[in-house]
Design a protein around this ligand. Structure first.
Ligand code: TA6
Length: 305
């Protein structure tokens, strides 16, 4: 642990620790908040306000994390729940970073409390000081991470601070840990239209549940549905509820892309799938001056015999 991280952890514990519900530590080389409740635990990095672990008591880790995950490198960590804001995927200007500019930035702790002995932390990123060449608007963005009995609720809130309307796309780009990509199916998006990022000409509609046998990168749009990952190998279902979101992205890089990405680990693509709660593609959120908008993802797990 570097002296800087150690000093930051001491400062955070002095200012925000909540006995039995929240304390701060160094993990993956950076400062993190460790949230606890009677039924689960979670870890949130201050870098990117990125949830890196969620473990319901008695269950296995719910989130996938790259084997090489490391904080403080200047790059976002692959895995957990990256925050994509104030745009999703590539920007029209290739000189601007994919998935916005907050997922590798340092966020501030705005508050920490417990409710029913469960940890709840609020992190904030002040975008009012951003170079107008990168983003010409003014807004604040906060992320709330709340444990409940055996669920995790993540809320991404944008507050418009400027005098002009803001067009926003955004995602909680969640990487889920699975037994094997060949042994899962995703339900809840049946009969939904989607953009196939690998074939932009097609106008496909989802027939039945989603299974995987190749690179998959889809934006399902106009859907407020709860999505469920059924994992026969781990004998569990991961329930992904949402609000304030009209789109769901489903992504697995498969073999070639995961090798190009270079940070997935050996056959890492087999152990993960992204189901992302978002507003993407045609689902753009327009925020009037002074308005606020919240994107919410709620995760829970059940056993399937
Ligand atoms: O959400 C799916 C996606 O847009 C894919 O196209 C792929 O690029 C993935 O995000 C990962 O993006 P990243 O910038 O984290 O490597």
């Amino acid at each position: 642990m570097t002296d800087t991280v150690a000093a930051e952890v001491v400062r955070l514990n002095a200012g925000y620790a909540v006995k039995g519900a929240i304390d701060f530590a160094e993990r993956w080389g950076g400062p993190v908040a460790v949230l606890n409740s009677a039924g689960s635990s979670a870890v949130v990095a201050l870098q990117g306000a990125q949830v890196l672990s969620f473990v319901p008591k008695g269950a296995r880790e719910v989130l996938w994390l790259a084997p090489s995950a490391r904080l403080g490198t200047g790059k976002s960590v692959r895995g957990g729940i990256p925050v994509c804001w104030p745009w999703f995927a590539d920007h029209a200007d290739p000189g601007k970073p994919a998935h916005g500019f907050v997922r590798a930035a340092l966020w501030r702790v705005l508050g920490a409390r417990s409710r029913d002995d469960a940890g709840h932390i609020k992190l904030g990123f002040d975008a009012t000081g951003i170079d107008p060449a990168l983003w010409p608007f003014r807004a604040d963005v906060t992320l709330d991470v709340e444990l409940a009995a055996a669920s995790l609720k993540v809320t991404l809130t944008t507050i418009s601070r400027g005098g002009t309307a803001i067009d926003l796309t955004e995602a909680l780009h969640t990487y889920f840990a699975i037994g094997d990509i060949s042994d899962i199916s995703i339900s809840g998006l049946e009969n939904r239209a989607y953009i196939d990022q690998l074939d932009l000409v097609a106008k496909p509609v989802q027939a039945g549940s989603i299974t995987f046998d190749a690179e998959t990168d889809r934006i399902y749009y106009g859907t407020a549905d709860t999505v469920v990952i059924g994992d026969s190998r781990l004998q569990r279902a991961i329930h992904i509820g949402k609000s304030g979101s009209d789109s769901t992205v489903v992504w697995n890089p498969w073999i070639e892309k995961s090798e190009r990405l270079g940070d997935m680990g050996h056959q890492g693509y087999r152990r993960m799938v992204c189901v992302e709660t978002c507003n993407a593609g045609p689902d753009v959120v327009t925020l009037a001056p002074g308005a606020r908008h919240s994107l919410v993802q709620e995760l829970s797990v059940s056993s399937i015999a």
